[in-house]
Ligand binder design. Sequence first.
Ligand code: F3S
Length: 395
Amino acid sequence: MVQLTKEEEEILNGKYGEAKAKALEVILRVAESLEATKLVKIKHAHISGVSYGTIGEAGLAFIKELVELGAKVSVPASVNPIGYDDEEPEKCGLLDVSREFLKGQQEILKALRDMGADLLLTCTPYYTKIFQEYNLSAGAHVAWGESSAVAYANSFLSLRTNREGGPLALMAAIAGRTYYYGMHLEENRIPDVSYLIPNNIEANEVTLSIIAEYITKYHESEFPPLLKIGASSLNDTIKREIAATLGASGNIPMIVIPGVTLEAIKVKETRQHLIDQKYVLSRLEELSPQREPDYYFIGCPHASEEELELLSKITRGNRLIITISKDVYRRKQDVVKKLERKGAKILKSTCLIVSRLKSHDISIVTNSYKAYFYLSKRGVEIGLKSINEIIKELS
Ligand code: F3S
């Protein structure tokens, strides 16, 4: 039985409008099905599933219907990438942006804007300036869609969120609440299995993504895995790619890393699991590029300011595609211009996965396991290399 507060009863009875009542009713149904005992107020929502290429007419109709009912977000809410660069749709020539696609996507954006969402259009809202203004302190309850951001938020930002589907994150944004379950409960965030990294594995975002893939295949506990690795071996690129892999290859919303994740100090005894070295080495071999690629791709999840800086060292950029948020693009104009002069194509607000590619008959080298996971299923030939190796090849 879900215990509701007086305010929640009033919302359900329509005191704050039909849309908010409907949104809370959806959250309540989910809470009941999961046998949650109460709802919890959230401080922020991140809404995914907003590309017209992904949700199509049915998704657009659903969002428009909410706007017609007067829906407004009750908490700050940011929005995931869409199907093209919203300021320069034709940029780069690689994406298929038909008139129908543009129209559908623009209607989705208008509806979300009307509801009061922040159109950050990025899967790394935590790299944007506005994110600081949300003032989310450690332990804050949020409702995020976008699996890579969910694992990053729980593991590295000390926020608490389940992995929400796009519509459910939107409902939570409108209702201002989510179901008190899963990652929102302190006791569910403490690992009971530790994964040990085999010897002779150099730590970079590709090797650590393969290790994260391994964990998604062998982790059976309902609690998050703990990865034993020195905090000094990790940089933000590695953390972000681990998080993205956990969400793409599996359904793990959090990983605990000593010295990095807040919950690590509460861990007592854990079972030890030594990661199979052979598995890691053979996957690295399988996923390494087989030939000279047509393109290099960085920015899944969207790249950070530091990565743009690193990439600006390259000398040959004509095969490099980078996807980032508009916010980072604007704040790093000097670096953006430098990279563009070298031929790099920098796309804002989108990525090669949520957009529609004109052709899948291309080969790409990337540092992103998540990009490999989704693009290889569409027939794109993908190989993995770390950002440092890519920079070397393009210098
Ligand atoms: Fe972001 Fe697109 Fe990758 S939305 S996580 S860059 S698939």
